[in-house]
Design a protein around this ligand. Structure first.
Ligand code: ATP
Length: 372
């Protein structure tokens, strides 16, 4: 079936180069929608291409279903791949493009006609079957590329940045179409993107990669709320999470406080307990807090209420329903808070920033790992 197992997979392009992919262990479940995400050069495409059979595996074992497929050619792997550039044959009609793979397999003619019809109906490209790819819009071409993949009824779909050539609106539409298609077909999908919004909205699980290494494999919600390290925390989420450097000190009541040069913020009891157990008292840590967990209020006098910070409002970005408010909290450190759009501040107005410390995440000052 469509289960994929990667055991200790590594990839090197030549001995003199470093590893493009290292220590990659993952089980992709039958029927799962798995998204691999990470910055350019992190090894996500190479991993996908190894699954497809387009790239040799340097070491490790790759299984599709129960078969070890390390040395199996792509055509025997029961997979279909959709690329960023669609890879359509320009001189063939849409019909011929979709039928091509079936013809190669010597599928009987009437079966080809039925399969192409059914596929084009699913993707709503029936009216264009006689056209050439150049006579189609980007979105229609992308649908033909999808059609060419699904017509073969594979167990596994591999997609490498399939939407990155489309304009923003069409990308959102095709995102939904691919999710719907996945539900209809019930196949395993492995989807590569550098776009964290695509990853968050499409994947059952997300694999975040950096420098050839998996940083975290988890559901979108866990990745967002419980990032494994500062890289994941910073890569996922827009605007990016705020980081503050400081020290954890013990308060007279036995709880912990997070101290920066100018402020201290009380750490909630549960988190204090855990950070104490992990021996982080008197240690440098980073506090991560997302924009939606910082409240902003106009500053009316010079008092500094407990567990707040004072900032100078620098600028705001109106996003429609919300506004991203950027405030300088000293030492040129900008914090971003997400507020209702009707809450606005003047340039250089003094504001009070109120972090919800229940939502704060702490990272080790050296390893940058999540220590909560
Ligand atoms: P992008 O989003 O830019 O496509 P990626 O995360 O998909 O990036 P890969 O294409 O998998 O990254 O590349 C991983 C690493 O392997 C990079 O350092 C890249 O330069 C290297 N690499 C990829 N293909 C080759 C190749 N054919 N020969 C040599 N090095 C390669």
């Amino acid at each position: 079936m469509g289960r994929i197992l990667l055991k200790q997979i590594e990839k090197r392009f030549g001995k003199e180069r470093g590893y493009a992919v290292r220590d990659f262990n993952l089980e992709i479940k039958d029927g799962e929608f798995l998204v691999m995400v990470g910055p350019s050069g992190c090894g996500k495409s190479t991993t996908l291409r190894m699954i497809a059979g387009l790239e040799d595996i340097t070491s490790g074992e790759l299984y599709i279903g129960d078969r070890l497929v390390n040395h199996l050619p792509p055509k025997d792997r029961d997979i279909a791949m959709v690329f960023q550039n669609y890879a359509l044959y320009p001189n063939m009609s849409v019909f011929e493009n979709i039928a091509f793979g079936l013809r190669l397999r010597k599928t009987p003619k009437h079966e080809i006609e039925q399969s192409v019809k059914r596929t084009s109906r699913t993707l709503e490209i029936e009216p264009f079957l006689e056209r050439k790819p150049r006579q189609l819009s980007g979105g229609q071409r992308q649908r033909v590329a999808l059609g060419r993949a699904i017509v073969r009824n594979p167990e596994v779909f591999l997609m490498d940045e399939p939407l990155s050539n489309l304009d923003a609106k069409l990308r959102v539409q095709m995102r939904t179409e691919i999710i719907t298609l996945h539900k209809q077909l019930g196949v395993t999908m492995v989807y590569v993107t550098h776009d964290q919004v695509e990853a968050m909205t499409m994947g059952h699980r997300i694999v975040v990669m950096k420098d050839g290494l998996i940083q975290q494999v988890d559901t979108p919600q866990r990745i967002y709320n419980h990032p494994a390290n500062m890289f994941v925390a910073g890569f996922i989420g827009s605007p990016p999470i705020n980081f503050l450097e400081g020290k954890l000190l013990e308060a007279p009541d036995g709880g912990l406080e997070f101290h920066t040069r100018q402020y201290y913020l009380r750490v909630p009891p549960e988190a204090s307990q855990r950070l104490k157990e992990k021996k982080k008292v008197n240690r440098t840590v980073y506090l991560g807090i997302r924009s939606e967990h910082i409240g902003v209020a106009a500053k009316e006098n010079d008092t500094q209420p407990q567990d707040t910070m004072t900032g100078i409002h620098k600028f705001g970005e109106l996003m429609g329903a919300d506004r991203f408010v950027y405030a300088d909290i000293g030492a040129s450190k900008l914090l971003v808070a997400r507020t209702p759009s009707d809450q606005d501040f003047a340039d250089d107005e003094r504001v009070t920033l109120i972090p919800n410390m229940q939502k704060a995440i702490f990272f080790d000052g050296e390893t940058e790992e999540n220590i909560l």
